[in-house]
Design a protein. Structure first.
Length: 269
């Protein structure tokens, strides 16, 4: 079997035009580098864009196609799951509905009222509901980890709670050092990203409004971290390698820590 090359995609938010083009690029890219793609979706597949259903179906097909690929739970995915499982009666349904949730429900059933659509989604799309139920909170490869929002720097990586992993911003984004794990995440939009600091790689470039979807390529065999970004919209989406924005905070950056990352690389946990 070919060696795996890992691709982390953040915050699709209902933009199947970008997701489909990115996945096509990834498959060709892995073949070019002589590997096989393992794709880590970093959550927030749904809401805000108009094609959340198609995005979920594409993620589901990708997980089945590429061994080792994983969906990580995002806060919007958790909102959607709560809305579907509760039939629109959950505590978080109002928040979800007013943060792109209505668009998600209508991507499944455009002619149904919200609660009727949620009941129909649960009945007709159990494979997608189960996929989100089984989403990973976090994946670790030694000194580099993957999750949706970030981590609590004051707790061990193995003891992170789901609320933190799906929602945190401060103080995770502000803490600077080169001794913590490198965290690859989305959730917080950096319009001029992707961003690389000393201890995080921030991939959410606000695709739903910016028409830019960002992906990190991690190739353990070549010991490299590289970036792929899509641009434009609809049938005009183009995908290519791109340079990240490097934010120097006095401790170097994750790109200076490649030996540490790959010397300590482990199988996914």
């Amino acid at each position: 079997m070919l060696d795996p090359i890992y691709y982390a995609i953040a915050d699709v938010h209902g933009r199947v035009d970008h997701l489909s083009k990115m996945l096509d690029f990834i498959e060709a890219d892995a073949l070019y580098w002589g590997g096989r793609p393992v794709i880590y979706f970093l959550g927030d597949i749904v809401d805000r864009g108009g094609t959340s259903k198609d995005c979920l179906e594409l993620v589901h097909a990708t997980l089945a196609k590429h061994e080792g690929s994983r969906l990580h739970l995002g806060n919007h995915d958790a909102w959607f799951l709560d809305a579907v499982k509760s039939g629109g009666l959950g505590d978080e349904v109002y928040s979800w509905e007013h943060n792109g949730g209505t668009m998600t429900a209508h991507s499944f059933f455009p002619n149904l009222k919200l609660k009727d659509a949620l009941l129909a989604i649960r009945a007709d799309y159990p494979h997608l509901v189960e996929m989100i139920e089984n989403a990973y909170p976090i994946t670790s490869h030694g000194r580099i980890v993957f999750c949706h929002a970030g981590v609590d720097r004051f707790s061990p990586i193995g003891e992170q709670d789901i609320e933190t992993l799906t929602w945190i911003r401060s103080p995770f984004l502000e803490i600077a050092n080169n001794t913590d794990h490198v965290v690859v995440h989305g959730h917080t939009i950096f319009a001029n990203g992707p961003i690389v600091t000393d201890n995080r790689i921030s991939l959410d470039t606000g695709c739903y409004r910016s028409n830019r979807l960002s992906t990190l390529r991690v190739d353990p065999k070549r010991r490299s971290l590289d970036f792929i970004v899509s641009s434009d919209s609809g049938k005009m989406v183009e995908v290519d390698e791109a340079a990240p924005f490097v934010l120097e905070r006095g401790f170097g950056t994750a790109l200076d820590r490649l030996d540490e990352i790959f010397d300590n690389w482990t199988e996914a946990t």
